[in-house]
Design a binder for this molecule. Sequence first.
Ligand SMILES: *Cc1c(COP(=O)(O)O)cnc(C)c1O
Length: 468
Amino acid sequence: MSFQSQGLDRKGTSLQAVGNDSGPMPFKVFTQRDLDRIEPLARLPEAMRFEMRVVSTVLPFRVNKYVIDELIDWSNVPADPIFQLTFPQRGMLLPQHYDRIAALLAQGADKAQVEAAASEVRNELNPHPADQMEMNMPRDEAGRRLDGIQHKYRETVLFFPSQGQTCHSYCTFCFRWAQFIGDKDLKIASSEAETLHDYLRTHTEVSDLLVTGGDPMVMKSRHLAAYLEPLLHPDFDHVQTIRIGTKALSFWPYRFHSAEDSDDLMHLLERMVMAGKHVAIMAHYNHWKELDTPAARAAIRRVRSTGAVIRAQGPLIRHINDDAEVWAKMWKMQVRLGIVPYYMFVERDTGARNYFEVPLVRAWEIYRDAMKQVSGLARTARGPSMSASPGKVEIQGVTEVNGEKVLALRFIQGRNPDWVQRPFFARYDADATWLDHLEPAFAETEFFYEQEYRELRAERLDAAAEPD
Ligand SMILES: *Cc1c(COP(=O)(O)O)cnc(C)c1O
């Protein structure tokens, strides 16, 4: 049953008229092949364009005209944060990887040879961090893996609809970068609404569905509706929250007010809210600039007018937002626009990690310096948080216990819910950038959760080793 057949006025009397100050803009996207056709890039030195060609041979690149024209300040390139967020930079590859691909391109090597080298380089990066494939994908009673579903924390199921596995632009630091290369084996996707619905029907412990990608907002509204409308049936009363992870509010705000099916999307959100679901748009933001255009503000107003809540999350990234002032300004702007700050993440083990990573201690300093500047309504942002395989681990701060300098940590989410909110301590390490670099404090041999985590992991990997 579609939402249109519910007798809702398509034009929607309850939706406020929306000003779209920038006028309609056709969606136009550029990839590696089109580097020479991006007009403001043509003004940059040829050497820089060559570097971009080299890096985008290995890592995915895609940017649209709105980002180019309205978000990037071309007078401040290459330092501009949105330029760093979307355009490949030489430092994103290790020198030996860069040199290998650059040499092939410079000598005009054929396509197959370049692709073979690029593929080898990618395999040396980390295409699927944190055991995502084996550790988080549930299996049915027959032991078959349920593609497109991840279920790591008891309350929340992640769903990756197959039509939503791309984005309006790609973030250079994306930890899901491998799925954009076209390697089918690495994709985490599903075309099966039925698989999702069957899973949710029988898993009554699940209160939250998080539709993610890629970006589910690249989907047609009717496809999104096909996944979400059935959840209004009483069989799914336990699913109280529907979250949609997206960067479209930043990269393509026109999705919400000037696409052919924008009204259908608004009606879908509104109908789910009216039916008693909490609808949360989990918006990915890295910088206040993404909130600061007329098109972005119109999109935010319109989504909020449906009764959906917008929550903001994003990683702390060197070259983009490793600055307390940027976070404070972003959180303040979010609160003013009615958006709830939710998470500050630590950049995880992604392809170009060496370029983007910020030490944990430094991340905490930035978080704290930003928090000090904002009111309580913006202090809803938790972090800095590492989405590691055992769970989401927050750095709570640096302190001293019995003369030993330590990092205080806690699980915000854990594979075992019982791990949550227990303080634990690591030896101070100013250079550590991830959980696995940390050592337990007080001469302990391991952290409190490690033995149990090893057992959980062995169980999962055993199950995975059985033939499908
Ligand atoms: C972050 C995350 C969730 C959601 O956790 P919340 O703390 O409820 O926002 C669910 N599943 C996975 C795999 C996650 O990383």
